[in-house]
Ligand binder design. Structure first.
Ligand SMILES: [Zn+2]
Ligand SMILES: [Zn+2]
Ligand SMILES: [Zn+2]
Ligand SMILES: [Zn+2]
Length: 372
């Protein structure tokens, strides 16, 4: 379920939909948003240090995961990418942001965790066990124990303190009260996002023929931008083609709006090996060291999907608008060889952030839907 097909050539869109929690458990290989990560490999989870914000060093929040198998690759029969973000807007820099982390995990069909046959949908079935303790707050690896009860585990001091303030103090002392339960709910909104199934469907476009041609021109232009990003400036853009020159000035954002307006609820665009829908002609990812870097195996990374700003409307954040998670679009690039390593089960991949166009979260997301 929710698995993007790898054979069709077109773009597929992801939507956030309510689902019973058990259907999003790891045994079903879900694509999902928020809640705890549904880990794929269960032995070698990312370390807490792998999931710290590169800017503020605090634990990042799990945003989503996309299950997308790799055709014709037996070692990648199961394949999930996980995205983590820092929720502080000050950490979310444009480009290769320190506040976004992508991890890719692959498993062969025959593995030590899951049956080689498709799972039966049954609420009563249990998940395969993870042999390491998980953080009670965020569901990531939790090597730290509550020294008092020795029953609660945490990824970090930050989450241990959050849990302590949010009801574990009472729980640890064996006190059961409703207030502690209520505090626990507050803890959830402070550390994890609301959980949804990520349902993926082909993008349907109604546009007239003429508009499509313009869309195609726009895509060509964006490809050009990305191939020349480090050197392209306004003058060289002007010389390319009058259409491209005018497009360069203000049309990227309008093209983005126009395309998104046709399916305004989309929270993700999946187009492996394709071209992202750029939000802006600033902070464009190109080739070269400062841009989309190669995988550690040496292979170039290619575009796989992008996270759309509409997802912010679903995340139920407590923070104020100036402090919470905010971005224009996050582009995810993954190893073109889909490499495997015996030692690193969760392979770091690459994310690129295009920042918001205007101030404030609510108005901007709505602006993306407005008429031209
Ligand atoms: Zn941060
Ligand atoms: Zn944690
Ligand atoms: Zn305790
Ligand atoms: Zn690789």
């Amino acid at each position: 379920m929710g698995e993007p097909s790898t054979t069709s050539g077109g773009v597929e869109l992801g939507y956030a939909e309510d689902s019973p929690a058990w259907k999003l458990h790891r045994r079903y290989f879900p694509s999902k948003i928020g809640g705890f990560p549904a880990w794929l490999d269960l032995h070698s989870l990312p370390l807490p240090s792998d999931l710290q914000c590169g800017s503020c060093s605090q634990p990042m929040s799990y945003l989503l995961q996309v299950y997308a198998a790799h055709d014709g690759d037996p070692a990648g029969f199961h394949r999930t990418t996980f995205v983590f973000v820092c929720r502080k807007s000050a950490c979310m820099k444009p480009g290769n942001s320190p506040a976004v982390r992508v991890m890719r995990c692959c498993l062969p069909r025959n593995n030590s965790f899951y049956s080689s046959e498709p799972p039966a949908y049954d609420e009563k079935l249990g998940d395969p066990v993870i042999s390491h303790p998980l953080c009670a707050v965020c569901g990531c690896l939790g090597p730290n124990t509550c020294s008092s009860c020795k029953k609660s585990f945490y990824c970090s001091r930050a989450h241990q303190m959050l849990a302590w303030k949010s009801g574990h103090k009472e729980e640890c002392a064996g006190i059961k009260d409703d207030e502690a339960v209520l505090k626990g709910k507050n803890m959830e909104t402070a550390a994890i996002f609301s959980e949804y199934e990520l349902v993926v469907e082909p993008e349907e476009l109604e546009g007239k023929k003429e508009e499509k041609t313009e869309d195609e021109k726009m895509l060509e232009y964006q490809k050009l931008l990305m191939n020349n990003a480090p050197t392209l400036n306004d003058t060289s853009a002007d010389e390319l083609d009058p259409f491209y020159a005018s497009a360069a000035k203000d049309k990227t954002f309008r093209a983005f709006q126009k395309r998104v307006k046709q399916n305004p609820e989309q929270v993700l665009r999946y187009d492996r090996g394709g071209v992202p829908l750029l939000l802006s002609d600033k902070h464009v990812p190109g080739k070269g060291v400062k841009n989309v870097s190669r995988c550690s195996c040496g292979a170039p990374r290619t575009f796989e999907y992008q996270i759309m700003p509409q997802i912010l409307n679903y995340l139920d954040q407590e923070e104020s608008l100036t402090e919470g998670l905010d971005f224009g679009t996050i582009l995810v690039y993954t190893c073109s060889r889909n490499c495997h390593s015996e030692s690193i089960k969760y392979q770091p991949e690459f994310a690129w952030v295009q920042p918001v166009q205007s101030e404030g979260r609510g108005p901007r997301v709505e602006a993306a839907m407005e008429e031209d």
